[in-house]
Design a binder for this molecule. Structure first.
Ligand code: B12
Ligand code: SF4
Length: 483
């Protein structure tokens, strides 16, 4: 049989360039391809990097579907269903909202593909495709095959060095898919040997772990980090904000070549954190956490959310002041988005506060609900202002890292990716995204290219950063409640 797997076009946020949608390949589809027995032919298409091949007549079309790509997935599905080709939807949106997705596909894979994919293919071959496939138990991560990287047109992506070491997260923040009933609870890790094999198969000394939470099982993460240490890798990961309470693990990560952490701080208001049940974050500990991370020479990409119930129009300046004061290298900000299937969605729906149902706008750049302490227009305008202000020259200058080892990466990200992203993306198209990424990486992390020459990453004394005299927002007085 011929299986055609597709990642539909994402709805790009106004502040992003194509770097964002071409950042990395759809790992889910590479994984589904790897699960497919070799007697079947698999083709893969990512609509974010090339036009769809509507002329193909495969035996099955598989689409990976997120909230913001749902509408496009339905259009593509309708095309092939008209031609009599069965279509299966998988991914986070059909998992969280199977009933809404069911009319648009012949079959849904609810949750992980590993336990059900071969049964689905057998049913298809026998002409008895079922409408829903859902595993009774979570996948055995020891048996997950490495992704089929060979199917990719890798040169068109910024990074092709992504991998996961786990699935899930031990926490259940209200706005996150982890709070959705169809997702397996808790954090599960792949065996360390398995992860090392995946890294070797990538054939690079620079990898990005794109898990929800690299420290979701701290003991197991320690084992992995110990195994990574001798490899001389440069790597990046996403961790929860309680990393500040695990300094030994942080030491080990820095010593093993970790260069930057993506952290969901979300808000500088503890009441907001309580409201969304983000129990692991303590605003009072944020500054110290950032100091500890910076002292070990790591950069931080802070993930922030605007529009919680305690947020008024002052939240944007307060948050950016805090980021600048702490010299946070990069920011990924979101407007609070009630993804269907999450607890947040249930709560706002029940309160009649969802004002926008077009899921194409559910990419965190739009206020799709009625905020409590400002208008939807103020929320959107404030959000865009926060991006402009954070990536303004003045702010970039103030946020320069104290650790010399991170300065080049800092300037590269702030200028090449954010400030001049549209221009550099054009250059990327001309010379190849990956060629440019490799060049940027070689300049930012030159020592990583010479095995065994990594400098010591023992914590350095890192001076407390004084508040900016120009800061006009007394955020500390209002936003440092006791916990
Ligand atoms: C990597 C990633 C990205 C990459 C995507 C790269 C790519 N080309 O796919 C980038 C950086 C581009 C990205 C961007 C964004 N992302 Co993102 N991202 C992720 C992340 C961390 C990992 C996804 C992944 O690859 N997982 C590994 C694979 C193997 O697991 P999986 O996807 O669950 O797939 C399994 C099953 O679901 C199933 N499956 C999946 N697809 C299919 C298809 C078929 C046919 C079948 C049979 C099975 C199947 O089988 C797989 C194996 O079991 C997820 C978090 C998460 N844990 O999923 C968030 C996540 C998907 N992102 C999210 C968000 C909010 C965003 C942004 C809006 C953030 C922002 N404000 O910029 C943007 C959207 C971009 C835009 N619209 O402009 C949300 C939800 C998004 C949504 N719309 O529904 C998530 C869930 C994070 C969260 N917890 O809130 N993201
Ligand atoms: S810590 Fe992050 S990944 Fe985990 S439930 Fe909360 S938002 Fe989701």
């Amino acid at each position: 049989m011929h299986l055609h797997l597709i990642a539909p076009r994402m709805s790009r946020r106004p502040m992003d360039s194509d770097w964002k949608t071409r950042m990395s390949p759809p790992l889910a589809l590479l994984t589904v391809a790897a699960l497919t027995p070799p007697e079947h032919r698999v083709t893969l298409h990512d609509e974010n990097i090339e036009r769809p091949r509507l002329d193909l007549r495969p035996d099955l079309v598989g689409l990976t579907v997120k909230a913001d790509t749902f509408a496009r997935a339905c259009e593509l599905a309708a095309h092939w269903r008209r031609l009599g080709v069965p279509v299966v939807f998988g991914g986070i949106h059909p998992t969280a909202c199977p009933d809404e997705c069911a009319p648009f596909a012949d079959a849904l894979v609810i949750g992980e593909a590993e336990p059900v994919w071969s049964a689905l293919l057998a049913d298809l071959a026998a002409g008895r495709l079922q409408p829903r496939y859902q595993a009774a138990a979570p996948a055995d991560l020891a048996a997950v095959p490495p992704p089929r990287w060979d199917l990719l047109n890798g040169g068109k992506y910024l990074f092709t060095n992504t991998l996961t070491m786990s699935r899930g997260c031990p926490w259940q923040c209200d706005f996150c898919y982890s709070s959705s009933p169809n997702l397996p609870r808790g954090h599960r890790m792949k065996p360390v040997a398995h992860i090392l094999d995946e890294i070797r198969a990538l054939g690079t000394d620079h990898v990005m772990f794109i898990d929800d939470n690299f420290i979701g099982s701290p003991g197991r993460a320690r084992e992995l980090v110990a195994a990574l240490a001798p490899l001389g890798l440069t790597w990046h990961a996403a961790v929860s904000a309680d990393i500040g309470e695990r300094l030994e693990l942080l030491d080990a990560m820095a010593a093993a070549g970790c260069q930057s952490l993506f952290i969901g701080f979300e808000t500088v208001n503890q009441a907001n954190l309580r409201g969304c049940r983000k129990a692991q974050n303590r605003v009072a500990a944020y500054d110290a956490t950032l100091r500890e991370i910076h002292a070990r020479g790591l950069m931080v990409n802070a993930s922030l959310v605007f529009g919680f119930d305690e947020d008024g129009p002052e939240v944007f300046a307060e948050t950016v002041d805090w980021l600048e004061r702490n010299r946070v290298a990069t920011m990924t900000a979101h407007i609070l988005t009630p993804y269907p299937g999450t607890r947040l969605h249930q709560r706002l729906l029940a309160a009649g506060r969802i004002v926008e149902r077009d899921l194409r706008r559910y990419n965190t750049a739009y206020a799709v609900f009625q905020p409590a302490r400002m208008s939807a227009a103020e929320l959107e305008a404030g959000y865009r202002w926060a991006y402009r202000r954070f990536y303004a020259w003045r702010s970039i200058w103030r946020r320069q890292p104290l650790a010399a080892a991170q300065r080049v990466a800092f300037w590269e990200f702030n200028l090449l990716y954010r400030k001049f992203g549209k221009l550099t993306c054009w250059a990327g198209r001309l010379f190849g995204m990956r060629t440019l990424a490799r060049l940027a990486r070689a300049v930012a992390y030159p020592r990583a290219l010479v095995a065994g020459t990594r400098p010591s990453r023992a914590p350095q004394a890192c001076p407390e950063v004084p508040p900016h005299p120009a800061s006009s927002h007394p955020w500390k007085a209002t936003h440092e409640p006791a916990v």
